[in-house]
Design a binder for this molecule. Structure first.
Ligand code: G6P
Length: 614
């Protein structure tokens, strides 16, 4: 949440900062701001409520010169979205400008202390408290900025990624991190700072990911230096990023979300590459092989995740229990971490997170690890915090996901979970050769079948026009498609703001059926599988109450398709892999309805892609 960008070098900082903010806008977009030390040595700070494009407009006629600057795009936590609450925040001395991502939990205590010293506050943010604290320590102790930052951070409780510059020292930016990601790009005599590598990739592929409680000193003409709170210099691990620029652009699509939906067949292919060996009747997730004894003998698996990743986890449970016969429970990370959970040695925790930065998931991982569980991460963002704090894991390799509503990450997570279950079942001996052969052959065919599922796009676009003004939606599914129903409802809510509920189809009778009337669209996932007859009964129950049924069925369906009002046909596959296909029309439907309603598909209101606060 919140995007941080910084630049120090010999180029004009402003265009680099603006471009970087736009790349990070998915992290938060309710206000934006920039601080630059100009060629004429002025500290210029510009801030707006709203998006980065607004910041560009207000700075059109302003002095945006300078080769050092920091910039921020905000997702409000303390204080409403407004110009005054936007970052950067400037200290009372007028010399320091600070941007910050995270939450300073003890900001009230610190604020009271500073008020007693005569400090006043313009904004309602915790960030302004932080910059004044650093200012106070610096001015009262006549200290240099680094020492003041080190001392201030010792007093701070909470999470932060921050960057600060001092008007009196136009050759230095200081950055620090705790529980909130920060990456430094190293170019030729220049540095880039960002919340993730996406703004950096077009300038350099050499990066350093800061660790918790690292403080980095970026000084013109000098190599990068990182110290701890006691000023002890730390070793740097310079890594090479593998992102390419094309992955960060819309590539001709009107929205990132559509691009990401459409690229799923290729993403799944990338995810399976080198892991699925149909010719040898084998699937290998190396992390499973490396830790097979621990995993086979696990008492149970606990899957922890949030949002869409939690839905993938529900499918993961069915896959692992079905193929490996190991009990699995699926927990919301935010509930797990505060529930004093019974977890310890012998448990395997699988943490699923696209961004690898979700604060609740990270905290749940830490809790489980401290209690002795073995931690397996399933993430997309390479080098992010969760994979770095796990014992082992598998990346989903679907490339950067920019649209706030998660699409390709979900299918990537389900793909990895299926490969995990099959690898483990193979080493455990709980799957027969013939059953493995059948599912692997189907697995290999999934990207092509996804392409066919994507061919429903035009039909769904027309259908979406009919339902644009629906006020509610119900999504029903059973078995492996029950989590898909939850995910379909979540997608619609997130981007079109239509209220939607996902339910296991049989639960409908226990409440939601009361909502059904001629106004209520009900999406029923009723592909050919072992529960088809049960879903047929559910569809009949809805039709008997005049609900409008949109059925997702298998090609050639001749029963439910006759009763439903609208039908979307998908290729057939084996039941455990069905979610990889049934998800697609639901993603497309949410997308097209949001487009018809004129909503901001990629940056829906109030949401953020990477939820780094709890
Ligand atoms: C946010 C995003 C969702 C995502 C959830 C979990 O709410 O908007 O799309 O599913 O966080 O994020 P993670 O990165 O941990 O998968």
């Amino acid at each position: 949440m919140c995007g941080i960008v910084g630049y120090l070098g010999s180029r004009d900082a402003f265009p680099i900062l603006i471009k970087g903010l736009k790349r990070l806008e998915y992290r938060g977009y309710d206000s934006a701001g920039v601080a630059l030390i100009s060629q004429t040595n002025h500290l210029n700070v510009y801030k707006v409520k709203g998006k980065v494009s607004g910041l560009e407009q207000v700075t059109e006629r302003e002095d945006t010169s300078g080769t050092i600057g920091i910039a921020h795009t905000r997702w409000a936590t303390h204080g409403e979205p407004s110009q005054v609450n936007a970052h950067p925040h400037v200290s009372a001395s007028g010399q320091l400008a600070l941007i910050h991502n995270g939450i300073i939990e003890n900001y009230n205590v610190l604020k009271e202390k500073l008020e007693k010293k005569g400090y006043t506050f313009k904004s309602s943010t915790d960030t302004e408290v932080l910059v004044q604290l650093i200012d106070y320590i610096k001015e009262s102790g006549k200290l240099d900025l680094l020492t003041a930052v080190r001392l201030a951070l010792r007093e701070v409780i909470g999470a932060y990624a921050l960057a600060i510059l001092d008007h009196n020292d136009p050759d230095q930016i200081i950055v620090a991190r705790k529980s909130s990601p920060l990456v430094i790009g190293i170019g030729e005599n220049e540095f880039f700072i960002a919340s993730d590598a996406t703004p950096i990739v077009e300038f350099t592929d050499k990066v350093v990911y800061l660790e918790d409680e690292d403080i980095a000193i970026l000084r013109r003409g000098e190599p990068l230096k990182v110290v701890d709170f006691s000023n002890v210099e730390l070793n740097l691990e310079v890594q090479t990023i593998e992102l390419n620029l094309g992955q960060l652009e819309k590539g001709g699509y009107p929205h990132f979300m559509l691009k990401e939906i459409v690229e799923q067949p290729d993403c799944i292919q990338d995810c399976m590459r080198g892991r699925l060996h149909v010719e040898d009747n084998n699937v290998i997730l190396s992390a499973i092989i490396d830790h097979k004894e621990k995993l086979i003998h696990a008492k149970r698996f606990i899957i922890i995740a949030c949002g869409t990743s939690w839905h993938a986890g529900l499918i993961g449970r069915q896959l692992i229990e079905n193929y490996c016969r190991i009990p699995v429970q699926v927990e919301y990370a935010s509930e797990f971490r505060y529930s004093n959970p019974v977890v310890g040695e012998g448990d395997v925790v699988i943490a699923i997170s696209q961004s690898g930065e979700t604060a609740d998931t990270l905290a749940a991982v830490e809790l489980a690890r401290n209690r002795g569980a073995f931690i397996y991460g399933i993430c997309n963002a390479v080098g992010s915090s969760i994979p770095r704090s796990t014992d082992t894991g598998s990346y989903i390799h679907v490339g950067p996901e920019i649209g706030v509503a998660s699409t390709k990450a979900f299918t990537g997570q389900v793909t990895v979970l299926a490969m995990l279950a099959l690898t483990l079942a193979t080493v455990k001996g709980s799957i027969s050769e013939s059953e493995l052969k059948e599912i692997l052959e189907e697995f290999q065919a999934i990207p092509e079948k996804m392409k066919k599922a994507l061919e429903t796009n035009d039909q769904i676009a027309s259908l979406s026009k009919i339902f644009t003004y629906a006020r509610n939606f119900i999504y029903l599914g059973r078995g492996y498609n029950y989590p898909v129903a939850l995910e379909g409802a979540l997608k619609l809510k997130e981007i079109s703001y239509i209220h939607a509920e996902g339910y296991p189809a049989a639960e409908m009778k226990h409440g939601p059926i009361a909502l059904i009337d001629t106004e209520m669209p009900v999406v029923v996932i009723a592909t050919q599988n072992s529960l088809y007859e049960k879903l047929l009964s559910n569809v009949q129950e809805i039709k008997a109450r005049k609900g409008r049924v949109i059925a997702i069925v298998s090609e050639g369906d001749d029963t439910i398709s006759k009763i439903a009002d609208y039908c979307i046909e998908l290729p057939k596959t084996v039941e455990p892999l069905d979610p990889l296909l049934t998800t697609i029309p639901l993603q497309l439907m949410a997308y097209h309805i949001a487009v018809c309603k004129g909503k901001d598909v990629d940056q829906p209101r109030n949401l953020a892609k990477s939820v780094t606060v709890e």
